[in-house]
Design a protein around this ligand. Sequence first.
Ligand code: DAT
Ligand code: MG
Length: 149
Amino acid sequence: MERTLIIVKPDGIQRGLTGEVISRFERRGFRIVGMKFMQIDRALAEQHYFEHKGKGFFEGLVSYITSGPVVVMVLEGNNAIDISRNTIGKTNPKDAAPGTIRGDLALEIGRNIVHGSANEADAEREINLYFTPAELIDWSRDTDRWIFE
Ligand code: DAT
Ligand code: MG
């Protein structure tokens, strides 16, 4: 089963949307296998977003993601990466479809509420940045057989 890293970014926390965002993933059917409330420091932000280093928006991105606490979680499910990206919506909320998190709750690219890993390599790298193996719980839900085929 596939795992992905999701972050409720500082704007989501500040706006009181933590539960709303978590709830959308939970209701979609993902199994939560890790979760923590933390503040990302500059070194971690630079590691997370190394692919954007040198771009014009990099400094703004780092100061935004380090500006306050976040909730970081690991979700599990078949095709968790692509499905959670669909639930999140397009990177720029102005292009994100209604019904997605960004399409319903955000307006601007630099305040887009939530992060989700983009592919398998990113997911593995990002999960290892934020969680130790012991912090990820292998468990099964009583409802799994009604959600996973
Ligand atoms: P995503 O968060 O959808 O995976 P990404 O990995 O391309 O998008 O970029 C990471 C974050 O950087 C994104 O959530 C918002 C910011 N960002 C990306 N492209 C940007 C741009 N052209 N201008 C301003 N911010 C940008
Ligand atoms: Mg990305």
